[in-house]
Design a binder for this molecule. Structure first.
Ligand code: PHE
Length: 343
């Protein structure tokens, strides 16, 4: 058989094999066997040295031609097989939409955060702005501008984490009163704000004390603000939070930054026309009062013209009352079983 015939026969056999091969590995095998270094075509090309000078270019060109044809055939077949594989894979992976899905555990806002957000919504609805302040605070704002000079005995009411002599972890959100009054342009109208956030005190943790808890400060400064405005505001807030039939009670108290000062209780149960006053169980929920003239003056507000009220409430305490939680530490343990109840 002439070399040419051998090559033609080879071409036909290989093309036949290629046309029926069904997987990439076997195709690759054919490619290596036929077109590889040890394959018949390379062999033919290698054997050219034995040919005459006349035959050589013809056979060479013919062998190259056949190699190209086979190479193209391999590539085309490769595309066909890849297509088939992909189609098979796609149909095997069809999504069964009737299968039950995996449940993704959904979180919820922390119960304290929920109360804070409820208060924020409520006060924003009454035209208050929300202001957040630094937890690492200056002694000046936390105490001095709150009418508590360095040697003031009432500082003992709030055992403090000091960082330096002048820097501390704020013990209350009241410093935001001074910060906001200082900034406010009273020619543009009243200052009405609430300021929620964390506060810190050197308390030994127990069921009712935590060294870190929350407060929401409230402040309204304008001309002609009276204690009736304070009482009306607090009653509204308590009723939104605990229910319309709850009542509040103001008791005289003392805070250095308010005069007069009150402590505010909310009724544990609903109060109706038939409730006897002595049957009402009162729970203390916040401190409040009319802003002390010294506090106004120190923040650059003229106490002869302006005045107002302030209050400070504890969302932790609110949450304990509202949901009957008897240990404040539950809020800070991050036990999901506890927290998930307040979804
Ligand atoms: N800052 C006070 C406290 O932590 C609460 C308070 C705020 C009282 C505003 C009166 C007015 O005890």
């Amino acid at each position: 058989m002439s070399l040419k015939d051998t090559l033609l026969e080879l071409k036909q056999t290989v093309l036949n094999k290629i046309s029926v091969v069904e997987d990439l590995d076997s195709l690759n095998q054919i490619r290596i066997e036929t077109l590889g270094k040890k394959g018949p075509i390379t062999e033919v090309l290698r054997g050219m040295k034995d040919l005459t000078a006349q035959e050589r270019p013809q056979v060479g060109a013919f062998a190259n031609e056949i190699r190209d044809v086979l190479q193209t055939a391999v590539e085309e077949r490769k595309r066909v097989i890849e297509d088939k594989v992909l189609t098979a894979k796609l149909s095997a992976e069809t999504i069964d939409v009737t299968l039950p899905g995996n449940q993704i555990a959904k979180g919820n806002a922390h119960v304290i955060q929920q109360i804070i957000e409820q208060l924020e919504d409520q006060f924003m609805g009454m035209g208050y702005q929300i202001a957040e302040g630094p937890e690492v605070e200056e002694d000046r704002y936390n105490f001095e501008m709150m009418n508590l000079p360095k040697d003031h005995p009432a500082r003992d009411m709030q055992d403090t984490f000091y960082i330096t002599d002048e820097i501390l972890m704020r013990t209350q959100t009241s410093p935001m009163q001074a910060r906001m009054m200082e900034k406010h342009d009273f020619s543009k109208g009243a200052l009405k704000m609430i300021s929620p956030g964390r506060v810190y005190r050197r308390d030994t943790d127990d069921a009712t004390h935590s060294h870190q808890f929350h407060q929401v400060e409230g402040l309204v400064i304008d001309k002609n603000i009276t204690m009736a405005d304070l009482k009306g505001t607090l009653l509204k807030m308590a009723q939104e939070l605990f229910g319309e039939k709850h009542q509040i009670r103001l008791r005289p108290s003392y805070f250095p930054f308010t005069e007069p000062s009150v402590e505010v209780d909310v009724s544990w149960d609903e109060v109706t026309d038939k409730t006897q006053p002595e049957d009402i169980k009162w729970i203390e929920v916040l401190g409040a009062g009319m802003v002390h003239p010294n506090v106004l003056a120190m923040a650059g507000v003229d106490p002869e013209i302006y005045g107002g009220f302030a209050f400070g409430l504890g969302p932790d305490r609110f949450a304990m009352l509202k949901y009957g939680v008897d240990d404040i530490r539950n809020f800070y343990l991050n036990d999901v079983r506890f927290l998930a109840q307040f979804d």
